[in-house]
Design a protein around this ligand. Structure first.
Ligand code: SF4
Ligand code: SF4
Length: 284
């Protein structure tokens, strides 16, 4: 709150070097005014902005988040990064909605280096909108702890959501020159079911033979692996790519895909020595 008791939000903008930052710069040298509580970060392309950056900013108490890039078809890179920013922001808005956060807190705009006045107008309009919405969480009726936990839960699903998005883009062959195609990539219902159906992977300790194939192939080192020890998926690190499920040899089939149910707790470390099937037979 400001000294007059008026809500003064925390706002962050991540803007591209070539266009929007030029617009912000022109806005400054032209002495167009906008609230000083909006902080800007320059990146080379709006396509560099990741869902994780946005969720992290909200998790750290930002009330409004702005992403600015070059106008469509003016991106300085090939393939065009601003289409990535467009699909990412639209997807992120749906995710925010899913966890009860007003999606208006996230805004994407295209601003050219010659649009200083437009940049100021957008900043003034957006800051007014955020001031009216009020503090993040409080306005949505979510307490701080719950808000953080919801944002963290969604952030953990980002790699899985990105994979689903890539598959969807490939399947639907969205026209790269069609802004609307990207904007409507996901409906709210699709996001709900995507999150509801997010799988977890679990290694059955009774079946794992510690061949280590899954640990070698896991792209994020999410499998706790040691010689002759039952392997364990670290659920906090797992990005749900399903590779371990696919590569575990058919003779073991130790990896299970779990949807909509809790994952069993991992075996205590002192009980992970593998019971070799051949040895068990010999003893019998
Ligand atoms: S699902 Fe993917 S990320 Fe998760 S443990 Fe298996 S291989 Fe690793
Ligand atoms: S690939 Fe299967 S059997 Fe081999 S270590 Fe992983 S879970 Fe165990």
């Amino acid at each position: 709150m400001s000294s007059e008791g008026k809500f003064k939000p925390k706002m962050l903008g991540i803007i591209c070097n070539w266009c929007c930052y030029g617009g912000a710069d022109l806005c400054g040298v032209s002495r167009f005014q906008y609230p000083t509580y909006i902080r800007l970060i320059r990146v080379m392309c709006s396509g560099r902005v990741d869902m994780k950056h946005i969720l992290l900013a909200f998790s750290n108490g930002v009330d409004g988040m702005f992403v600015g890039g070059c106008h469509i078809n003016d991106c300085h890179y090939n393939p065009e990064g601003n289409y990535d920013a467009l699909s990412m922001v639209n997807l992120c808005k749906r995710l925010l909605e899913h966890i009860g956060i007003n999606p208006k807190r996230l805004r994407l705009e295209w601003v050219s280096a010659g649009e200083g006045i437009r940049f100021a107008n957008i900043m003034n309009e957006f800051s007014k909108e955020i001031e009216e919405l009020g503090p993040l969480g409080k306005s949505e009726g979510i307490d701080e702890k719950e808000l953080k936990s919801r944002l963290e839960r969604i952030a953990r699903l980002i790699p899985y959501i990105k994979l689903a998005k890539m598959k969807k883009l490939a399947l639907h062959d969205i026209n790269l020159a069609n802004e609307e195609g990207y904007a409507n990539l996901y409906t709210g219902e699709e996001i709900n079911s995507l999150i509801h159906e997010a799988p977890s992977y679990y290694i059955d300790p009774g079946k794992c033979q510690a061949c280590m194939t899954c640990a070698r192939r896991c792209p994020v080192e999410a499998i706790i692996s040691a010689k002759n020890q039952v392997h364990v998926v670290d659920q906090d690190k797992c990005i749900r790519c399903g590779t371990c499920f696919e590569v575990c040899p058919p003779k073991f089939r130790a990896v299970t895909k779990i949807v909509g149910e809790p994952v069993p707790p991992p075996l205590p470390e002192d009980q992970r020595t593998v019971a070799r099937k051949s040895k068990e037979k010999e003893v019998a």
